[in-house]
Design a protein. Structure first.
Length: 214
């Protein structure tokens, strides 16, 4: 039997990974997993317990994750952004989440988006995409979503600059950590999306996928 089709979508914060991965999954009739939600849900549990997300031991929360944790509506706040990146740097947290991600794709294939899907979770993925854009473009996209915006006095430019600073700090931490740092896999197709809308990115990605599957 043919191996299940795994599409890895990695890249920095607010590049459009989730938007692309969801559309790819729909176009290809594959299940979709937003792996960032796993780290966000762990972070949420750590914060709720009144614990420090940078202190070792968050694997307890990772082992305790239930499906309903991923449905919480408070996973995309600036506080959880930072805490998710902190717990994601803990090797024991990453180890606790590897199997659930692999199991998700193993049976019928999947599209997964995150930071280390093509490098660590599925190093033999059928297709590896690395979605990126300049820090300013990504900050504008996140700002336009009305998420991640810490209150700032001042105009729209100041708001976007504040978002850019938050994204830059998180990307720096995600890229510098010792375990599963953010980086394109050697065999990833890098898509620079500064001048592309979401439809154009999808078309480009589908082209890559179909060429690979042919
Ligand atoms: O998952 P990730 O954090 O990488 O980004 P996202 O939440 O999927 O996308 C951030 C925002 O950028 C969404 O509002 C998208 O509609 C928008 N966007 C995009 O995803 N792709 C483009 N090429 C342009 C904008
Ligand atoms: O949507 P956005 O790109 O802002 O973030 P996310 O994909 O929801 O991921 C939140 C945080 O979880 C990231 O900043 C990473 O620290 C961590 N993460 C990770 O380490 N590995 C993954 N596969 C996915 C997320």
């Amino acid at each position: 039997t043919a191996a299940p089709v795994i599409i890895a979508v990695d890249g920095p914060a607010a590049a459009g990974k989730g938007t692309l991965a969801r559309r790819l999954a729909q176009a290809l009739s594959l299940p979709y997993l937003d792996t960032g939600l796993l780290y966000r849900a762990v972070a949420r549990r750590v914060l709720d317990a009144g614990r420090d997300p940078s202190a070792p031991g968050a694997e307890a929360e990772a082992h305790a994750l239930a499906p309903s944790d991923l449905d919480r509506t408070d996973l995309r706040t600036p506080e959880v952004d930072r805490a998710a990146s902190l717990v994601a740097a803990q090797p024991a947290v990453r180890a606790a989440l590897i199997e659930v991600q692999r199991r998700f794709g193993r049976e019928s294939g999947a599209v997964l988006d995150g930071r280390d899907i093509g490098t660590v979770i599925f190093p033999d993925a059928t297709v590896k995409l690395y979605i990126t854009a300049s820090p300013l473009t990504r900050a504008r996209r996140r700002w336009a979503q009305g998420l991640d915006v810490a209150p700032v006095d001042g105009d729209q430019t100041a708001h976007i600059e504040a978002v850019a600073a938050q994204l830059a700090a998180r990307d720096a931490a995600d890229s510098a950590r010792a375990v599963a740092p953010l980086r394109p896999a050697a065999d990833a197709v890098v898509i620079e999306t500064d001048a592309m809308d979401a439809e154009t990115v999808l078309a480009k990605a589908l082209q890559v996928v179909r060429t690979r599957l042919a």
